[in-house]
Design a protein around this ligand. Structure first.
Ligand SMILES: NC(=O)c1ccc[n+]([C@@H]2O[C@H](COP(=O)([O-])OP(=O)(O)OC[C@H]3O[C@@H](n4cnc5c(N)ncnc54)[C@H](O)[C@@H]3O)[C@@H](O)[C@H]2O)c1
Length: 257
């Protein structure tokens, strides 16, 4: 039998839209390794989908959180405390930018579009950590989902690249703050994967083909690979690792010519 790396651990994956969501792959992998997993839905409509995904599996509990509604954070903390008491992991898997800001020239990004993308895709990690810190066990593991557009100019990714750069910097500062309690904070950085959020970026399918044609590792990567790395980061195997960006893109990020 395969080792259960997360037996006895509890935590949250925020948020999930459908079976293609990276967050769902993370939640399934964590549950398969013995964890109890709170699965986040943004609103009532998405809650229907999340409830169907969860089905009768007792390892999952649904929670609701919309980052545009800051007052929901305190309610989330109360719900999590009532369900789990303390948590061992927090996975931030959420991003949003207006569709018109994921197409064409970055220079055209409006102030409102810029602030929206940064608020929902980055500041939400900071506020989640602040509100949930009292519920985190020492040695807990926090992680976010970034993308290579944080450090390279990727066509059409635009303001989301700036949000991911801010997310990666926030991860480093949070790693210092929370590290005092041996809580580690990292980010996974998957290559492009066909999901609802990713389809907001114009030319996604071309981007996926481009990366697939050039990455060193021949086999295709996908959501399951992100789930496997998330399990590693949630597990005690990664206790010495914090503030890092781990790419899950078949090595594409290291390729020059
Ligand atoms: N798919 C990719 O190619 C790819 C690559 C690298 C990183 N990522 C990142 O992975 C994470 C998950 O995205 P995904 O690709 O699985 O897509 P997805 O659409 O399945 O998930 C995005 C999630 O963000 C949530 N969200 C958006 N606005 C929100 C708000 N106001 N409040 C709360 N939640 C909100 C949605 O509810 C959704 O569940 C995101 O951070 C994304 O940037 C995706």
């Amino acid at each position: 039998m395969r080792a259960m790396l997360l037996e006895g651990k509890k935590g949250l994956v925020l948020n999930v839209t459908n079976h293609n969501s990276i967050g769902w792959a993370v939640a399934e992998a964590a549950a398969a390794h013995g964890a109890e997993v709170g699965v986040g839905a943004q609103n009532e409509r998405m809650m229907d989908a999340v409830t169907k995904l969860i089905g009768e599996n007792p390892r999952f509990t649904p929670f609701m959180i919309d980052f545009t509604q800051p007052e929901q954070l305190d309610q989330l903390a109360r719900d999590v405390a009532a369900t789990y008491g303390k948590i061992d992991f927090l996975v931030h898997s959420a991003a949003f930018a207006k569709r018109e800001d994921l197409d064409g020239r970055f220079i055209e990004t409006s102030e409102e579009g810029f602030l929206t993308a940064l608020n929902i895709s980055c500041y939400s990690l900071v506020s989640l950590c602040r509100v949930l810190e009292p519920l985190m066990n020492d040695d807990a593991s926090v992680m976010a989902m970034s993308y290579l557009g944080s450090v390279r100019a990727v066509g059409n990714y635009n303001v989301m690249g700036v949000a991911k750069a801010a997310l990666e910097a926030s991860v480093r500062y949070l790693a210092v703050d929370l590290g005092k309690r041996s809580i580690r904070v990292n980010t996974l950085s998957p290559g492009p994967i066909n999901t609802v959020a990713a389809r907001g970026v114009r030319g996604l399918l071309d981007m996926i083909k481009y990366v697939n044609d050039r990455k060193p590792v021949a086999r295709e990567y996908g959501q399951e690979d992100v789930g496997a790395n998330a399990v590693y980061l949630m597990s005690d195997l990664s206790r010495g690792v914090s503030g890092q960006v781990i790419y899950i893109d078949g090595g594409y990020n290291i390729v020059g010519f």
